[in-house]
Ligand binder design. Structure first.
Ligand code: BUP
Length: 457
């Protein structure tokens, strides 16, 4: 069976945070002799996604791209109108019937489909019609996966009020989690796609052929063990930790000769991800904090959810006075090549929202993190960062509005992380641990090998 031909089809959903790990999985699978097709929902929400896609398929000419041309669904009619990414996931779900002709027309025929966690309930029935093995790739942490899988058992009904005044959420088999770390949409009575997906897709996971997660035993041993031993949810298919997937460069080169000229570990990199904007007041405090910290820095500034809407001049966003101070010490960008930056020896710390891809990338390059989680899975991920000892999370910091964090506090925490020897040492240890799976044939990550064995069986 070693040489059996396998053709795996990947189907990501909306947002770079979901797309990037799928493309990395695609790249890793090809190095294992697997033929890969990526079905890309078309159009995409952000420019970041479309540019990443065109760069990727140019760099990996052996990987085939197929468009899933989405059905027109009126944005304003959508119950997710306030979040273009959720709206888009909804449209992909509603367009899933188009997958049937697409998948059956593939030549050579598909051996398996790997889909995003937000598409499970829509896609599994189609793979069942086609008798096609279906895997789910969970693009966040194993801890978050545990919440996703057990959400429907914890909440029982679609009404969350039953949780009463309890201050913690108990995922079976795991330590209780403070309620404030749970993504707020999951605690609301009002239906929203995030919650519906946790409910429907999370429940449907048991019908998949296997669950892949971009983490490793080294990062989340205990949670993975509980998942695999069926303590979180009974009757799960195989759970495979296929991470950390090497963060192959996703392109959109942003030239940064400036960075190469800086002393080792002297630069702070700051980014809050591709999904959410930050209020202008908070952005200005971050700028003030960076200048006060005394470090050099590269800072990705984002005010709107979707990059194409972020069209205002940065001088306008920061104000001339702050912009002048900022320019003396740092670089302000609208988008970075994050992997290039984190891989530079000049970078000494990462102020991060703790989107899981950012966390995995920081682990891969051993960069200490000042965690400032804002939404979604980010607090659960931030706790993993803190526990693993590569950074710190200031839990009192909120996400804008009345919980504005001032520049002086930000500067103090940046200095703390930049000067922390323990984070630096642990960073190097984690970097080595992360790369154990890399390298010469046969010495690859065990989860990925197990996946290839399953596919070839
Ligand atoms: Br912003 C930004 N450059 O300027 P996360 C992001 N990225 O390369 P998110 C850049 O996008 P969700 C930039 O390296 C990472 O691979 C970054 O994913 C890259 O957070 C990806 O970190 C962002 O998971 O998505 O975007 O908030 O929360 O949905 O995972």
């Amino acid at each position: 069976s070693e040489h059996k031909f396998v053709h795996v089809v990947l189907l990501p959903s909306a947002g770079v945070g979901h797309l990037a790990p799928f493309l990395r999985l695609a790249a890793s699978l090809t190095t294992h002799g697997v033929q890969v097709t990526v079905i890309t929902p078309h159009p995409t929400v952000s420019l970041a996604e479309s540019q990443t896609l065109s760069h990727f398929f140019t760099s990996f000419p052996k990987i085939t791209q197929k468009h899933l041309n989405l059905l027109p669904v009126d944005h304003k009619q959508s119950s997710n109108a306030d979040d273009p990414f959720f709206h888009h996931i909804q449209v992909i779900r509603q367009s899933s019937s188009l997958l049937l002709p697409l998948l059956s027309s593939l030549s050579p025929p598909a051996s398996a489909l790997v889909t995003d966690m937000s598409l499970v309930a829509a896609v599994i029935p189609i793979t069942q019609v086609l008798n096609l093995p279906n895997y789910v790739f969970f693009t966040s942490s194993a801890k978050m996966l545990a919440l996703f899988l057990s959400y429907h058992t914890i909440f029982g009904s679609k009404h969350t009020s039953d949780l009463g005044r309890s201050e913690v959420i108990k995922i079976p088999g795991l330590e209780p989690i403070p309620k404030s770390w749970i993504p707020p949409p999951l605690l609301q009575d009002k239906d929203n796609l995030f919650k519906i997906s946790f409910f429907e897709d999370g429940k449907k996971m048991t019908d998949s052929s296997g669950i892949l997660v971009n983490t490793s035993e080294g990062f989340e041993q205990e949670t993975l063990r509980k998942l695999k031993e069926g303590e979180v949810v009974e009757g799960l298919p195989t759970v495979l930790a296929v991470g950390p997937l090497p963060p192959c460069n996703l392109g959109r080169c942003v030239p940064l000769a400036w960075l190469e000229g800086q002393p080792a570990r002297s630069v702070v990199y700051v980014s809050f991800g591709s999904r959410m904007g930050m209020s202008r007041e908070q952005i200005r405090e971050v700028g003030d904090g960076l200048v006060r910290s005394g470090s050099r820095f590269i800072w990705v500034v984002k005010e709107k959810r979707v990059d194409v809407e972020d069209d205002e001049d940065l001088d306008q966003v920061l104000g001339d006075e702050l912009m002048d101070r900022v320019r003396m010490k740092g670089q302000v960008l609208r988008w970075s090549n994050q992997v290039d930056i984190l891989s530079s020896p000049a970078v000494g710390a990462f102020v991060s929202h703790c989107g899981w891809n950012s966390v995995i990338e920081a682990f891969w390059y051993g960069v200490p993190i000042l965690a400032w989680p804002q939404h979604g899975d980010q607090k659960i991920n931030a706790e993993i960062v803190e526990r693993i000892g590569i950074g710190t999370w200031e839990k009192s910091w909120g996400c804008g509005g009345e919980l504005l964090v001032n520049g002086a506090k930000i500067a103090e925490r940046i200095r703390y992380v930049m000067e922390n020897e323990a984070f630096k040492l642990q960073g190097m240890r984690i970097r080595d641990e992360a790369r154990k799976g890399e390298g010469v044939c046969g010495d690859w990550n065990r989860g990925l090998i197990a996946l290839c064995d399953m596919l070839k069986a």
